[in-house]
Write a protein that binds this ligand. Structure first.
Ligand code: NAD
Length: 471
C-alpha cells in the first residue's frame, strides 16, 4: 500500500498537468482546492435496540458549476481524505465529458453486509436528513448517486426522504439524486451506464490501430484477453459488454478470491455459480487463486480494476503482465505504480475518463427529471411514421420491397434506452479523442492521465475566466 494518501495522489496528478497547462497559478490553486466538506456523526438504532454512532461525510470539491455531483459510498474504508479525493476526481471527470456539474462525493463508514435492510434504510434516511439540514443536497445544489456499496434502493430512500422533508411544493424534487429505480424517476440504462461506458472507452482505445501497435497488440477488441477485478455494478456490466463484443475473460476476481482460465470464463455461469455457492472459487474448469490480488498479475492484454482504490501499487506494478490498465474503479493505481507502469510501456485508461459513463447518464437522468418527460416519448412514433413513409417511397421508386424484418429495423424510432446509450457512446468516444488531441499537442509525450487532467483544467479555467471572481 502506498504511503501517499489518495487525495495527495489526485493532487499530484493535478500538479503535473497544471505545470504544463500554462494557466495562472492562483487560478489553478482555486481549482485544486476542495470548496467545502461536511463531516458528521449521527446515531442509528440497531434492530436489537442498541444505538450505534455512524461517521459520514459529504465533500463538494468545486462550485464553479452547480449542482455538484458525485456518488455516495458505503465502506469501512471511507474517510475524509478519500471523500475529498473522490470529489476532486468528480470535478475533473465532469469537465472531461462536458457534464455541467461541479464535483462532490459522499461516504458513510459502514460495512453494509453487517446491517439488515431496515437498518440500512434508517442510516440512509438519517444521512439524507442531515444533508438537507445543511443544504448539502438539492436538484440545483448537490445531487448524489450510487457508488461502492450503494445502488437504486438507497437512491429511492434518499429521494423519498428529500421529498418528505421539502414538501410537495418542490416541483423538481426527483432531481435531488440520480441512479434511482425507474418508477422513482430513474432512467433506462443508468444501472449499467458506468460499465457500458468502460466498455465503450476500451473498445474505442482498441480501435486506434497505431496505439495498439505501439503496445504490441492487434487492433480491435475481438479476442483481447481481459481480467476484471470486482464484479459489482461497474465490473459486472463492463465484463458483460466486453465479453459480448468478443473479448475473452481470462480472469475474474472478487473479495473472496479469484479464478482464471486461459480459454475464457462464461460470465453468466460464473455469476450463477457464485450465487449458488456463495463464492467465485470452485468454478468448474477454472484455476482457483485464493489470494484475490493475484488476479492482477495474470497474463492478459487488458486489466480492468473495478473494485476500489490502491490495488496496483509500487509493490505489484513490476509484475503486472497486462499491456493496458483500464481503470473502471476510482484511483486503483497509486502514484508510485503509475511511474513503474509508464517505464514499462503499459498504457493506462485513467479513471477520470473511463468511468465517467455513470455521471454522464446521471446527467441525462437529471435532465429527464427537470423536464418531467421520458426521452423519446414525444418523437418515437412520429419518427417511425416518417421513416415508414420514406421507405415506402423508396419501394415505389425502385420497385423493390423491404422484408418485414428490415422494415421494422429501419423504421423503428428511438426509445429512452436507445437515446441514453447513444448519448453515452458519443460522449465516451468524443472524450477519448479530446484527450488524445492534448497528447498530440504535447508531442505525444504525455501519458493519458496527465492529458486527461490538462483537458479538464483547460475547460474549468475557461469557466472561471468568463465568470470572474465574486465579489
Ligand atoms: P459495488 O459495490 O457495486 O461493487 C464492488 C465490487 O467489488 C463488489 O462486488 C465487491 O465484493 C468487490 N470487491 C471488493 N473488494 C475487492 C477486492 N479486494 N478484490 C476483488 N473484488 C473486490 O461498487 P461499484 O459501484 O461497482 O464501484 C466500484 C468502483 O467503481 C469504485 O471505485 C467506484 O467509486 C467506481 N465507480 C462507480 C460508479 C457507479 O456508477 N457505481 C461510477 C464511477 C465509478
Amino acid at each position: 500500500m502506498s504511503r501517499v494518501s489518495f487525495l495527495e495522489q489526485v493532487n499530484r496528478s493535478f500538479d503535473r498537468a497544471a505545470a504544463i497547462s500554462g494557466h495562472d497559478p492562483h487560478l489553478l490553486a482555486q481549482i485544486k482546492g476542495c470548496n467545502s466538506v461536511y463531516r458528521l456523526t449521527f446515531p442509528v438504532k440497531r434492530d436489537d435496540g442498541s444505538i450505534e454512532v455512524v461517521q459520514a461525510w459529504r465533500a463538494e470539491h468545486s462550485h464553479h458549476k452547480l449542482p455538484t455531483k458525485g456518488g455516495i459510498r458505503y465502506s469501512l474504508m471511507v474517510n475524509e481524505d478519500e471523500v475529498m479525493a473522490l470529489a476532486a476526481l468528480m470535478t475533473y471527470k465532469c469537465a472531461i465529458v462536458d457534464v455541467p456539474f461541479g464535483g462532490a462525493k459522499g461516504g458513510i463508514r459502514i460495512d453494509r453486509r453487517q446491517y439488515s435492510l431496515a437498518e440500512l434504510e434508517r442510516i440512509t434516511r438519517r444521512y439524507t436528513f442531515e444533508l438537507v439540514k445543511k443544504l448539502f443536497i438539492g436538484p440545483g445544489v448537490d445531487v448524489p448517486a450510487p457508488d461502492y456499496g450503494t445502488g437504486p434502493t438507497e437512491m429511492a430512500w434518499i429521494v423519498d426522504t428529500y421529498k418528505s422533508l421539502t414538501g410537495g411544493g418542490e416541483l423538481n424534487g426527483e432531481a435531488c439524486v440520480t441512479g434511482k429505480p425507474i418508477a422513482q424517476g430513474g432512467i433506462h440504462g443508468r444501472l449499467e451506464a458506468t460499465g457500458r461506458g468502460v466498455y465503450f472507452g476500451i473498445r474505442e482505445a482498441c480501435d486506434i490501430g497505431e496505439d495498439m501497435a505501439a503496445l504490441g497488440l492487434s487492433k480491435g477488441l475481438d479476442g483481447k484477453r481481459v481480467v476484471v477485478q470486482g464484479l459489482g455494478n461497474v465490473g459486472y456490466h463492463a465484463a458483460r459488454f466486453l465479453q459480448q463484443d468478443g473479448a475473452v475473460l481470462v480472469g475474474l476476481a472478487e473479495f473472496e478470491g479469484a479464478i482464471a482460465s486461459p480459454a475464457g470464463l462464461d460470465l453468466a455461469q460464473v455469476v450463477a455459480h457464485r450465487r449458488e455457492t456463495g463464492s467465485i472459487l470452485g468454478f468448474p474448469g477454472a484455476v482457483d487463486l485464493p489470494e484475490s490480488s493475484a488476479a492482477l498479475e495474470l497474463d492478459c492484454d487488458i486489466l480492468v480494476p473495478a473494485a476500489l482504490e490502491n490495488q496496483i501499487t509500487g509493490d505489484n506494478a513490476g509484475r503486472i503482465k497486462a499491456r493496458v490498465i483500464a481503470e473502471a474503479a476510482n484511483g486503483p493505481t497509486t502514484a508510485d505504480a503509475d511511474g513503474i507502469l509508464a517505464d514499462r510501456g503499459i498504457a493506462v485508461l485513467p479513471d477520470l475518463y473511463l468511468n465517467a459513463g455513470g455521471v454522464t447518464v446521471s446527467y441525462f437522468e437529471w435532465l429527464k427529471n427537470l423536464s418531467h418527460v421520458r426521452f423519446g416519448r414525444m418523437e418515437k412514433r412520429f419518427d417511425e411514421k416518417a421513416h415508414r413513409q420514406l421507405l415506402a417511397a423508396v419501394e415505389r421508386t425502385t420497385g423493390m420491397s423491404f422484408s418485414d424484418q428490415d422494415m421494422s429495423l429501419f423504421a423503428s424510432g428511438a426509445d429512452e434506452e436507445d437515446l441514453v446509450n447513444s448519448g453515452l457512446e458519443e460522449t465516451m468516444i468524443t472524450a477519448l479523442h479530446q484527450i488524445r488531441e492534448v497528447q498530440q499537442r504535447n508531442g505525444g509525450n504525455l501519458d493519458r492521465r496527465t492529458a486527461a487532467f490538462v483537458n479538464a483544467i483547460d475547460k474549468i479555467v475557461v469557466c472561471y475566466e468568463e465568470l470572474g471572481i465574486f465579489p
